[in-house]
Design a protein around this ligand. Structure first.
Ligand SMILES: Nc1nc2c(c(=O)[nH]1)N=C([C@H](O)[C@H](O)COP(=O)(O)OP(=O)(O)OP(=O)(O)O)CN2
Ligand SMILES: [Zn+2]
Length: 140
């Protein structure tokens, strides 16, 4: 019989400021492409993060992953690092990387993936606003 794989989810949130900017472009080009998001004085978002972990159920615990462990992992590696921060100025992750929702999702994925057992699949959904959100990775 095929192993049953189950997805478990943890929702978190963090508030952060950012500025979308490409240093290789002129100010005019940055303004034209990124609009208000290029404001030199930054702007903020209430990010909503959904972390999905998929895998087999451990027969001993009945868990795919302990959600308390997952919650602690997200706190240590994501929210403690990014909450109430200016992503461009206060974090090494986005000092040289444009802090778009796409890039933030990939950075979060890579941090958490490194801490999870290899048989577990990870997916990140990140809401930058109520209507704008991204997912990583995309399968297929
Ligand atoms: N592909 C992406 N597009 C945009 C991103 C991004 O990360 N990836 N980010 C932004 C800005 O950060 C911007 O602040 C988003 O806010 P806004 O356009 O105001 O979106 P809202 O949902 O709040 O407002 P609407 O009224 O629904 O437009 C822009 N693009
Ligand atoms: Zn923004």
């Amino acid at each position: 019989m095929q192993e049953k794989r189950v997805a478990v989810f943890r929702k978190e949130h963090f508030n952060a400021a950012h500025r979308l900017h490409n240093p290789n472009w002129s100010d005019e080009q940055n303004k034209a492409v990124f609009g208000l998001c290029n404001n030199p004085n930054y702007h903020g978002h209430n990010y909503e993060l959904i972390v999905q972990v998929t895998g087999p159920i451990d027969p001993e615990t009945g868990y795919v992953v302990d959600l308390k462990y997952l919650s602690d992992l997200i706190k240590t590696h994501v929210t403690d690092r990014f909450d109430h921060k200016n992503l461009n100025l206060d974090t090494e992750e986005f000092a040289q990387l444009n802090p778009t929702a796409e890039h933030i999702a990939i950075v979060i994925y890579e941090k958490l993936k490194a801490k999870l057992a290899p048989q577990l699949d990870l997916k990140i959904r990140l809401y930058e606003t109520e209507r704008n959100f991204v997912e990583y990775p995309v399968v297929g």
